[in-house]
Design a binder for this molecule. Structure first.
Ligand code: UDP
Length: 437
């Protein structure tokens, strides 16, 4: 046990990093004699490593982001993903060498974000066990086992075990890229169905209890071991409320506030921002809107001043605490995996406006499996569709089923985190895997 050294490969973008790092911190506490080398890029490590709670057996190492020197990055979030993935196994080997030289211990096991598929080649070359970690919402992993069938589907994708009927537009667009449209990233995603079965274990960052049993059963039949570990949430000792939004929320009635956020990557088109502002203003409901500063200029003139009595527009809010606040009534979301996890943990109904990636599939699951939200009519923000959704969820009797289901989901999630629940067993299996390999 004393000689175990786990190399962790993160997909160093957006919100993929935090869930893996949180799992590693939990592992590092459970296996204090084991070393964990967290291999990311300089930028990603700089963001995540000043954080508290880092045990001494976890250390970051930085490898190349693959961006050619002086290359001006296009305003497209996928470009940097392609550059990083293109660096392939060589770059990852560099990380392993750095970690081994520094710790004087050979790496004994690899845990990698599922999107860093070339880490499998590294594991094979070094003859190491390879464990894959899935940060996005777990149900979306199932898609990658059916790429050929999905590509052949004309309009409906209604054959995925456990998933509701999907429209082709719900599918991550990269899955549909063929020929010239293919990118390193799209090829990475479409290879997952062949890559993931080679993992000693596929670790889901979610609640098994919320995935349809036939989906879980189908995925279990395809991989060597499927472990669902509930997303790790470290207790927050003091809540940062620099903007005062939590104390503002405290002045509002229970279940009354609309919270709007599109996460860290999505930039909705200007006409949808305007539609949101008009709907919020006309509805009269209290609202909190996390809106990046660069989008503020799109707001209708005078909107912030006119709605000052009932609303707040801020560039960043402590979202986990906002969603957990008793005054929250509904969350308008792009269905990013962290946002969805935070909303299910707090039992907040959602109005879904998916933009890209697996957000369309997750929105369907929120609406049709958990029945704790609705996809915005027409899949894009219009004033009328928003007003209808706000009323439905916050006021109408019809919305009471959604509100009740959101609370049921919260209870399921709380039960899933109990020490007797399967997640705790799955975590112990993972500790065992890294300790004995
Ligand atoms: N977030 C936050 N404050 C904000 C906006 C977002 O704390 O004002 C956090 C949110 O709690 C979540 C993350 O940013 O943990 C967004 O992650 P998600 O996976 O939902 O979306 P992404 O940014 O990857 O599209």
């Amino acid at each position: 046990m004393g000689s175990k050294h786990v190399a962790i490969f993160t997909f160093p973008f957006g919100t993929h990093v935090a869930p893996l790092l949180n799992l590693v911190l939990k592992l590092a506490n459970a296996a204090p004699n084991c070393l964990f080398s967290f291999i990311g890029t300089e930028k990603c490590n700089a963001i995540h490593f000043p954080m508290p709670h880092i045990p001494s057996n976890v250390k970051p190492y930085s490898i190349s982001d693959g961006i050619p020197e002086g290359h001006p990055l296009a305003d497209h979030p996928i470009e940097k993903l392609n550059f990083f993935l293109q660096t392939g196994p060589d770059n990852l080997h560099t990380g392993i060498r750095m970690a081994e030289e520094d710790t004087k211990k050979k790496v004994t096991c690899i845990i990698a974000d599922a999107f860093v598929t070339s880490s499998l080649t590294v594991a094979q070359t070094l003859n190491l066990p390879w464990i894959s970690f899935w940060p996005p919402t777990s149900c979306s992993a199932s898609l990658y086992f059916y790429v050929d069938l999905i590509r052949a589907a004309k309009t409906r994708v209604d054959f995925l075990p456990g998933l509701p009927n999907l429209a082709v537009e719900d599918i991550p667009q990269e899955v549909l890229f063929v020929g010239e449209k293919e990118t390193v990233f799209s090829r990475t995603l479409t290879s997952l169905g062949k890559v993931l079965p080679q993992a000693k274990a596929l670790v889901m960052n979610f609640f098994e209890e919320l995935d349809p049993p036939s989906l879980v059963q189908d995925m279990r039949s395809k991989v060597q071991s499927l472990l669902y570990i509930v997303p790790v949430r470290f207790p927050i000792s003091s809540v940062e409320d620099a903007s005062g939004c939590l104390s503002w929320l405290a002045t509002k009635k229970p279940n009354s506030v609309i919270y709007v956020s599109f996460g860290t990557v999505v930039t909705p088109p200007p006409h949808e921002i305007v539609a949101m502002a008009e709907a919020l203003e006309e509805s009269g409901f209290p609202f909190l809107w996390s809106l990046k500063d660069n989008m503020r200029s799109v707001l209708p003139s005078g909107f912030v001043e006119r709605t000052n009595m009932c609303g707040r527009v801020l560039p960043w809010v402590p979202q986990t605490q906002v969603l957990a606040h008793h005054s929250l009534g509904v969350f308008v979301t792009h269905c990013g995996s962290n946002s969805v996890t935070e909303a299910v943990c707090s039992g907040v109904p959602m109005i879904c406006r998916p933009f890209f990636g697996d957000q369309g599939v997750v929105a369907r699951v929120i609406q049709d499996v958990w029945n704790m939200g609705m996809i915005i009519q027409g899949r894009c923000f219009t004033k009328n569709a928003l007003l209808k959704s706000f009323n439905m969820i916050l006021v109408q009797e019809e919305g009471s089923t959604i509100r009740d289901n959101a609370l049921k989901v919260k209870n399921i999630v709380q039960d899933a985190a109990r020490p007797q629940a399967p997640s705790a067993r799955h975590f112990n299996t993972l500790v065992e895997l890294i300790s004995t390999s």
